[in-house]
Design a protein around this ligand. Structure first.
Ligand SMILES: [Zn+2]
Length: 136
């Protein structure tokens, strides 16, 4: 199994970083670190954005993050029609990097820019995995 297990609807079945999903299965959220220049990437990347290296290590993150911005989707794309409305949030991770994810257990009124949130693994039907953003 590879990256096709990530998210409710998979748009990218093949990637250099499909081990990300295996780590989620083990209860770990990991980004990548460039072996040459130590740049941290989240979402994980197989190729460094700071230098020409493709040698990476995996680094577990805490999930601690701060809300940068959010939006509520009322007109959902294909595959998400039954979930609308839902709120997507962008967060800055404690370790660096940014994540975009669905909020869970939070209404739009609960969200304040800069507030602490937690990135957590969520198991979906059919052994699919994703992450969601919850309050701390
Ligand atoms: Zn690098």
């Amino acid at each position: 199994m590879g990256f096709e297990r990530f998210g409710k609807v998979s748009f990218a079945p093949f990637t250099k970083v499909s081990k990300f999903v295996d780590f989620l299965d083990e209860g770990k959220i990991k980004g990548t670190v460039c072996k040459k220049c130590s740049t941290f990437h989240f979402p994980p990347r197989g190729d460094c954005v700071s230098c020409p290296s493709s040698e990476i290590d995996w680094k577990e993150i805490s999930g601690n993050c701060k809300l940068v911005t959010y939006t509520t989707i009322h007109s959902a794309p294909q595959g998400f029609e039954d979930d609308k409305p839902y709120t997507l949030a962008m967060v800055d991770l404690e370790e660096g990097g940014r994540a975009l994810g669905w909020t869970e257990g939070l209404s739009e009124e609960d969200l304040k820019i800069g507030m602490a949130l937690k990135l957590e693994i969520k198991k979906l039907p059919d052994e699919r995995l994703t992450f969601v953003l919850k309050g701390q």
